[in-house]
Design a protein around this ligand. Structure first.
Ligand code: F6R
Ligand code: MG
Ligand code: MG
Length: 366
């Protein structure tokens, strides 16, 4: 049975600043998805939050980029934003950039990650959603999961994974994408994806056509505005696990570094990506640090069995502590690079205005 897993997300407003989605707006989304389930449009759903982003996980049989599913999500975000406005929540309706729906939610503000595949006899997968960062934040963990044998033992010792994987990498600036393969293109892949603001892993495919797509990251909004730098979108990522794909533990292992990402405070700072359970899916200190939640499911004829709150585990306590040590350290740099991003990547800046004002105060340096 071919199933589509769609994760569609938007910041429709949050409580106490850009901190956390309000429960009442989550309830609005659940109610509308329950109706869609009763009507048979969707098979199943799960609604959750990543900090101030409302996340809709939807399973169905309509394929990716389906207008009905996208319109449903758009209507849900509009309805939740209406609730957010009623409650006078912060930045209500922030990510809803267009007035009316025109066939595809991409380019309208929300982020989308979708995959369609033949459901295996047992189909475990994980959904990751991050706040105060950008799609390139997933480059490092996704690379480690599918291409680094120091993370994923299966690449060496599982005959079904030994052939490697195919990566679709997007160039955000040019609006182009390229397919590269591991292990043969390993160094070329790394030459690109280390530059997380420009080259983004968008999909990973198994080389075994019976498995097909293995992972997807939400890059779509970026792609539509290619040609100029368009800033950061809090990203989502879907990764299938086991039996020819990385084990769930290999997937989670890649989040054990608290690696530095872009997008913290005003979209303008580097900070460590901290894996947290849903109860800590709220951004507090200096609007962060950037956080990622991970939910594990199994599919049963498209029905969602789960979730398991994957980072709700002492196994991630030390990573969280490490993230806070890095936070203390990097915060001490205040407005200095590399804590603050370079001028071309700042989402907020006064630099042009300051330079204009100081124009006549420069003199030749001796
Ligand atoms: C939003 C975010 C926050 C805001 C910051 C300033 O997701 O990353 O760090 O950029 O709180 O927000 P405004 O300009 O709305 O006061
Ligand atoms: Mg916000
Ligand atoms: Mg956010």
């Amino acid at each position: 049975m071919k199933i589509t897993v769609s994760v569609i997300k938007a910041d429709i407003g949050s409580i106490a600043g850009h901190v956390r989605v309000h429960q009442d707006t989550i309830e609005v989304a659940k109610k509308k998805l329950e109706t869609a389930k009763e009507e048979g449009l969707v098979i199943d759903y799960y609604v959750f939050n990543a900090g101030d982003d409302l996340e809709l996980l939807i399973t169905h049989t309509k394929g990716v980029d389906n207008p009905e599913i996208h319109e449903l999500s758009w209507e849900i975000f509009k309805e939740s934003a209406k609730k957010a406005k009623e409650l006078k929540l912060y930045a209500a309706g922030q990510d809803l950039l267009k007035e009316s729906f025109s066939g595809n939610i991409k380019g309208m503000g929300p982020g989308v990650a979708e995959i369609e595949f033949e459901e295996r006899p047992a189909e475990p997968f994980a959904v990751f959603a991050a706040d105060k960062t950008e799609p390139g934040a997933f480059n490092l963990p996704v690379f480690r999961i599918f291409a680094d044998p120091f993370n994923t033992a299966g690449l060496i010792i599982d005959p079904k994974m030994h052939a490697g994987f195919k990566f679709i990498i997007m160039d955000v600036i040019e609006g182009k994408e390229i397919e590269l393969q591991t292990p043969e293109d390993l160094y070329d892949i790394l030459a690109l994806i280390g530059h997380t603001g420009r080259y983004i892993i968008k999909f990973v495919y198994s080389k075994d056509p019976t498995i097909g797509v293995a992972a997807a990251v939400s890059t779509q909004r970026l792609s539509l505005i290619a040609g100029r730098y368009i800033g950061k979108d809090d990203p989502v990522c879907i990764i299938r696990a086991q039996h020819g794909l990385p084990a769930m533990g290999e997937i989670l292992e890649a989040f054990s570094q608290a690696h530095l990402v872009k997008g913290w405070m005003r979209g303008s700072h580097h900070g460590p990506l901290m894996p947290v359970p849903l109860k800590y899916s709220q951004c507090t200190r200096f609007d962060g640090p950037p956080r990622v939640v991970g939910l594990g499911f199994n599919l049963c004829e498209g029905k969602l069995i789960g979730p398991i709150d994957l980072f709700d585990d002492p196994a991630f306590d030390l990573v969280r502590q490490k993230a806070m040590l890095i936070t203390d350290y990097i915060r001490s740099m205040g407005p200095f690079e590399p804590h603050m991003l370079g001028p071309e990547e700042l989402e907020y800046t006064t630099l042009p205005e300051v330079l204009k004002r100081l124009k006549n105060r420069w003199r030749e340096s001796t």
